[in-house]
Ligand binder design. Structure first.
Ligand SMILES: *[C@@H]1O[C@H](CO)[C@@H](O)[C@H](O)[C@H]1NC(C)=O
Ligand SMILES: *[C@@H]1O[C@H](CO)[C@@H](O)[C@H](O)[C@H]1NC(C)=O
Ligand SMILES: *[C@@H]1O[C@H](CO)[C@@H](O)[C@H](O)[C@H]1NC(C)=O
Ligand SMILES: *[C@@H]1O[C@H](CO)[C@@H](O)[C@H](O)[C@H]1NC(C)=O
Ligand SMILES: [Cu+2]
Length: 230
């Protein structure tokens, strides 16, 4: 079967217009332990693209009540997302930065932290679709307060669950060797979509039909394109 280039382009445009990409910077040139922004709203179907700008960080999904711990440690059948550790220096040599993109499945709050060292406790935590109208306790400020007291900062490789979903997915890893490379296929503005011509890497967080379900992929973005977004 044949598809014309025009037909494919039309299909891609349709996809791009349906989804918004929210860019979140992970750390910054000053090596801060923070996400920018750390509190954002996203619609169902939107994408959140984490761009790793410095250091060696990760993004991991937790729930509100158990910060600095992967969600699957506390929520039955949840798999949660985990970017793996993204070492920026390793990619800089090739003029690229690591990116990790998740698709937002619904508008329920998504709680996110970095599992490196004690970064989570230090405040490297964020929320998508905070909903203090539903429960005023569940604010980003309270999440960070809870995180500051968390006894440990865990990634999925250091927990066990009863449902077989534990463990980091090594194929999602944070090293540039495991990441699809095409720089030209990523958006040059935050309103466009990473091109499907990039081979998506299955993230560890596929399954789950729950509210927090996301699909995730890992890639590299050319630094020039990234700067254009900032
Ligand atoms: C670090 O950089 C971020 C992003 O540009 C900025 O918002 C923040 O204020 C900076 N922090 C310090 C301590 O300079
Ligand atoms: C990045 O951090 C992870 C977790 O601490 C560590 O295992 C890995 O060796 C680090 N990568 C580099 C290149 O330092
Ligand atoms: C988790 O999955 C198992 C097996 O599919 C199912 O029996 C169980 O009800 C699920 N638990 C929750 C809380 O969804
Ligand atoms: C609001 O959230 C807090 C923290 O998770 C929880 O302890 C409390 O039970 C929640 N309140 C309601 C009414 O669900
Ligand atoms: Cu970090």
């Amino acid at each position: 079967m044949h598809f014309s280039t025009a037909a494919i382009a039309t299909a891609l445009l349709g996809l791009a217009s349906a989804q918004k990409v929210h860019v979140v910077s992970v750390s910054s040139a000053n090596k801060s332990l923070a996400f920018y922004p750390d509190n954002l709203k996203a619609a169902a179907g939107d994408m959140i693209q984490f761009q790793f700008l410095a250091g060696n960080h990760s993004v991991v999904q937790s729930n509100f009540d158990n910060p600095c711990t992967p969600i699957q440690a506390h929520v039955a059948n949840a798999t949660g997302f985990f970017s793996g550790y993204m070492n920026v220096a390793a990619s800089a040599a090739s003029g690229q930065i690591p990116v990790y993109t998740v698709e937002v499945k619904d508008t329920k709050p998504l709680w996110v932290y970095c599992s490196q060292g004690k970064h989570c406790q230090a405040g490297m935590a964020m929320v998508v679709n905070e909903n203090t109208a539903a429960n005023s306790s569940r604010s980003l400020a309270n999440f960070k307060s809870l995180a500051a007291q968390a006894p440990a900062n865990l990634d999925p490789s250091s927990i066990t669950t009863g449902n077989g979903n534990a463990g980091s997915d090594s194929s999602s890893g944070g090293t540039s060797s495991s990441i699809p490379s095409p720089t030209e296929s990523f958006p040059s503005s935050s309103s466009s979509l990473p091109s499907p011509s990039t081979t998506p890497t299955d993230g560890p967080a596929r399954a789950l039909g729950s509210a927090l379900s996301v699909s995730a992929w890992t890639g590299l973005l050319s630094i020039a394109a990234a700067l254009a977004m900032l």
